[in-house]
Design a binder for this molecule. Structure first.
Ligand code: ATP
Ligand code: MG
Length: 799
């Protein structure tokens, strides 16, 4: 063995070591959060390579994000002390794109196929639904998209689905038609949506055993992280890749320059690749995307003889944080109980906080971040999580005001901006001339006098003549349109053709199969932006927003320059692929000294010194939408568990007593999950200035006199939240969390009244608006300025 051969298992506990060293066809590592699952995978890969049991090129490791993939590669190479080229460490989607681009021909696809994101899919569906008048039946692009996605994740293609559809149900007949049209249009555009990437690869392997065996032979060790979040299609893909190759098919592979003999067993066949999966069923949070927890539960049945390793020691968090996580997750039924423990000690108590409003809550978060920072914790080691993107508003407002450096991870994404999509559509149109969606997007962007009627004329001309939209554009003069419009279309077609010519490699490049001689992506983009007039239109516009848009487009140019520099010889399609596959979590930049704000879903697999879980209210967590669905509350609890277990040393749990949603201020109730955490673990603080507790850690319950309490389910205003009816936290619990539960429901205020507010002092009511429980007092405070208060819950009294 090479020098330092046992370095790989140094610093691992016995179970981790066993998982790294086990050799056999199938290995399942199940363990709770922070127990070193990802670390074990990394060490296992390094160990396989270092011991010469595998070449790097025989390894396929699947991670949940591209960022996780990059990290894993770095760590493997650090462990080995050398680069390990040829190793595939990527997400399911990236691996499939790579395979599909190589094998596109077998599927009748262009290898430059476009990848449609969610917004593209909805645009296509919107058109189809409109043409079929399906909106009158209640179909929306989002509903059709969700259903199609679910079917694809189950590997149900449109014709199989159609055969089993109930032809007496007009809704189902219509859906089949939508699905059919959608499938046809993507095919014509040589486009695949995100779900297709997986499903088509499975189909490829099943339909073309020869192609499949190339990959089955190549990948001898397949390792999957976050296995609990694989869906059926991904599971099927793993099954395909780990198939053995029977002896009578082995000879097909001779002559591919591979020493097949080294792989065959006694039967003359090639055994299936060894499979290692790691996961935690308590962290399965993607059921809505078809993730199937059964994949992990049934692993032992599907892979008989599989070795199972359990890890129980957590290396990430303090005992207090772990105890909270254990207590919460133990409320889920239907799970194997596992107890995580840690050797790092209790650590500090969890801090709880109930704000009066979302802004108040945000101020608490900002203040605590500042004091952590003063205590030496780097901003980049602090994260704030929430359930929905809308919650960032209050946080951002306060952070900006407090001059806190922060970054919203996966919020409004750069590539989703309209002007970036426009510029990208130019590039896509050049790379994939069949992509009608992209072409139609740029047809009149910037404005060149090509209206919807002309667009339709081009589309039907293409349809009638059996040619592509692009071809129709080239023949625009045959359409009998006005000379100006015709000229505009022809000019655009010419710009695209010229750009395409820039991408052709030199004859030497062609001969050697390289991209030599092709112009870099940034040159092509600049040419397109300038000759199409797009950038000038933005720069010369009087709309001040266009200035920002122009800057964004320039930022895109800068990104293509970086891409060209970092990936010499890469093609336009490589660039487009990279952009398509950027997942939300990939935008996290550890080097930047900023606080990260992200949704709980994005937080998976990450860890921070300090974590803030905000908006812990009924309706947000559990989310209103999931609360009434079967399995919904259990999945939301897992989400909470994921959030808690991201914290190493400090955990902050916060909520607000009232929250503006959909333009209305509503009374918020503490999340049911909060009461699952043992009391002694949380140090509850309150809104500054609110009735404070008597020196202890427990806030005072102010509502003891009123049976049922202000948070009681009898409140008519709250009944619209059906979730609350089923599982409203007990009133006394709610009192304890919020400290100041009050019900001023019968307090009559009118303009001119003087009041006193716990935070803001005395003031004069200037106006009362709203009805019943939603009455709002507009108050001019003597020192605190103008405020609007929800009378029902405001900590106020009439003077
Ligand atoms: P999650 O379920 O959240 O994905 P995980 O099980 O993948 O967590 P890792 O991220 O691999 O856990 O490990 C959690 C932390 O513990 C990391 O910082 C890792 O470096 C550290 N760690 C894991 N095992 C050990 C060990 N044996 N000694 C020291 N630190 C360890
Ligand atoms: Mg992990």
């Amino acid at each position: 063995p090479p020098a330092g051969g046992d370095r790989l298992t140094d610093g691992l506990n016995p179970e981790q070591r066993e998982a790294v060293e086990y050799r056999g066809p199938a290995l399942l590592i199940v363990a709770g959060a922070g127990s070193g699952k990802t670390r074990v995978l990394t060490h296992r890969i390094a160990s396989l390579i270092q011991s010469r049991e595998a070449w790097p090129s025989q390894i396929l490791a699947i991670t949940f994000t591209n960022k996780a993939a990059a990290e894993m590669r770095e760590r493997v190479e650090a462990l080995l002390g050398e680069a390990a080229g040829g190793m595939w460490i990527s997400t399911f989607h990236s691996a499939c794109v790579r395979i599909l681009r190589r094998e596109a021909e077998s599927l009748g696809l262009s290898s430059t196929f476009t990848i449609y994101d969610s917004a593209d899919t909805r645009t296509v569906l919107k058109r189809i639904i409109k043409e079929l008048d399906a909106d009158t039946m209640g179909f929306t692009p989002a509903s059709a998209q969700a259903k199609i996605s679910r079917l694809k994740n189950e590997l149900a293609d449109v014709e199989t689905y159609a055969r089993n559809a109930n032809t007496n149900d007009p809704n189902e007949v219509m859906f089949v038609e939508i699905f059919r049209q959608y499938t046809r249009r993507l095919r014509e555009a040589s486009a695949l949506d995100f779900d297709d990437l997986i499903a088509e690869t499975v189909y490829l392997f099943r339909a073309f055993p020869k192609v499949a065996s190339l990959y089955q032979r190549r990948f001898r060790h397949i390792l999957v992280d976050e296995y609990q979040d694989t869906n059926h299609a991904q599971y099927a893909l793993i099954r395909e890749l780990t198939q053995s190759i029977p002896a009578d098919r082995v000879h097909e592979m001779e002559g591919h320059g591979v020493n097949v003999a080294a792989l065959t067993d006694a039967s003359g066949g090639i055994p299936g690749a060894s499979l290692t999966v790691v996961g935690d069923s308590d962290q399965s949070i993607y059921a809505f995307r078809g993730a199937d927890i059964r994949n992990i539960v049934e692993f032992e049945r599907d892979f008989p003889g599989a070795k199972v390793v359990l890890l129980e020691q957590n290396y990430r968090s303090t005992q207090n944080i772990l105890s909270a996580a254990n207590a919460v997750i133990s409320n889920n039924f239907d799970r194997k109980d596992k107890k995580l423990w840690t050797a790092v000690g209790d650590g500090e108590l969890i801090t709880g906080y109930t704000g009066y409003t979302a802004h108040d809550e945000a101020q608490f978060v900002a203040d605590e971040i500042e004091s952590l920072h003063r205590a030496g914790i780097a901003y980049r080691d602090i994260a704030v999580f929430y359930r929905t993107n809308a919650q960032t508003r209050a946080l951002e407002e306060i952070f900006v005001r407090s001059a806190l450096p922060y970054r919203v991870v996966g919020g409004t994404k750069f590539y989703e901006r309209a002007e970036i999509k426009d510029a990208m559509a130019y590039l896509i149109s050049v790379a994939n001339p069949l992509d009608e969606l992209a072409l139609r997007r740029i047809l009149n962007t910037p404005k060149r006098g090509i209206g919807p009627a002309t667009e339709t004329a081009l589309a039907s001309f293409a349809e009638q003549n059996g040619i592509s939209f692009r071809e129709a554009m080239r023949n625009a003069d045959a359409l009998g349109l006005g000379p100006k419009v015709t000229g505009a279309i022809l000019a655009l077609a010419r710009v695209l053709d010229e750009a395409a010519a820039m991408l052709v490699p030199s004859s030497r490049g062609v001969a050697e199969g390289t991209n030599e001689g092709a112009k870099p992506v940034s040159d092509v983009l600049v040419f397109l932006l300038e000759s199409s007039g797009l950038i000038d239109a933005l720069r010369n516009s009087r709309d001040p927003q266009d200035e920002t848009r122009a800057e964004n487009v320039e930022e895109l140019v800068a990104q293509t320059r970086d891409f060209d520099r970092e990936n010499p010889g890469a093609t336009l399609v490589d660039f487009l692929t990279q952009v398509s596959l950027v997942a939300a979590a990939d935008e996290i930049d550890d080097a930047s000294g900023t606080v990260s704000l992200m949704t709980l879903h994005t937080a998976k697999g990450l860890e921070y010194h300090a974590v803030f879980l905000t908006g812990l209210e009924e309706g947000l967590l559990p989310h209103q939408m999931s609360a009434s669905e079967p399995g919904g509350p259990a999945e939301e609890r897992r989400l909470f568990y994921v959030g808690i277990t991201r914290a190493r040393k400090r955990l902050f749990l916060s909520l607000a007593m009232s929250r503006a949603q959909f333009g209305e201020v509503a009374v918020a109730m503490p999340s049911r999950y909060l009461q699952e955490i043992p009391e002694g673990l949380i140090d509850w603080r309150q809104s500054p200035g609110m009735a404070t507790s008597r020196g202890g850690t427990q806030p005072r319950a102010l509502n003891a006199r009123r049976p049922g309490g202000a948070w009681g389910t009898r409140d008519r205003d709250l009944e619209k939240f059906s979730v609350l009816k089923s599982a409203a936290p007990k009133a006394e619990w709610a009192n304890r969390v919020t400290g100041t539960v009050r019900d001023n429901g019968d307090l009559t205020l009118e303009a001119g009244d003087r009041i006193r507010h716990v935070d803001f002092g005395e003031g004069r009511v200037t106006q009362v608006t709203g009805e019943g429980t939603k009455r709002i007092a507009h108050v001019a405070f003597d020192t605190a300025g103008q405020k609007k208060l929800l009378i029902k819950i405001a900590p106020i009294e009439k003077l």
